[in-house]
Design a protein around this ligand. Sequence first.
Ligand SMILES: Cc1cc2nc3c(=O)[nH]c(=O)nc-3n(C[C@H](O)[C@H](O)[C@H](O)COP(=O)(O)O)c2cc1C
Length: 202
Amino acid sequence: MRRDGYRIFSAGQIRNLTLPNRFVRSATWDPSIIVGRQMTDEVLDLYRQLALGGVGVIITGGLPVLQGEMLAGGKPPSYDDFHVDGIERMADVVHRSGTGCKIVAQLEVGYLGAGPSDVPSPFRQERIRPLSTAEIRTIVACFVEAIVRMKEYGFDGVQLHAAHGGLLSCFLSPLNPTPVSTTRTSNAISSSMPRGWTWTFR
Ligand SMILES: Cc1cc2nc3c(=O)[nH]c(=O)nc-3n(C[C@H](O)[C@H](O)[C@H](O)COP(=O)(O)O)c2cc1C
């Protein structure tokens, strides 16, 4: 099959990141490394095969940066609580494929039992409580720490998971302009929202 004329085979660009083509391997959560916090040869082999198969960019499955209990505990959450041992091998295996494939780490906060307001997510009908401003700052700090670490580990960029009823998607939801008590917090957050959810490192 001739590839000329098919835009999907032409080089792609996400800001300053050049992709060899426009095939994207969409994020696919992988409990085998999240639960054990340990990279496995099986996952590395999958990423190697995806790169060798000609994908332009792979977005990893969501990597958690915080869990609900961490907000309640006295100890400030740290990236080390969620670190997957050997995660840097994922970036390495993709880059070593020699195909020019890029890899973006997806970072997420899932269900915290708390959100921008007390409006439940349509994904889960359970009641939630509004986050305090201090808690939101803690969550932001967790994202920042994880972003810095992903850069150190050789990933080409990060994507913030803002779908599927997780915390960030609640901030984007039209169901969530919110009781009066939290409107100010929500406005402060939404006015500082970036225009895109994928950032590149180079
Ligand atoms: C097993 C599985 C795990 C997924 N994990 C994630 C994830 O971690 N983050 C995410 O944003 N989307 C995740 N998705 C959604 C996919 O990235 C994709 O958007 C969805 O499957 C729709 O694309 P499709 O119609 O090609 O399947 C997952 C999907 C599946 C089937």
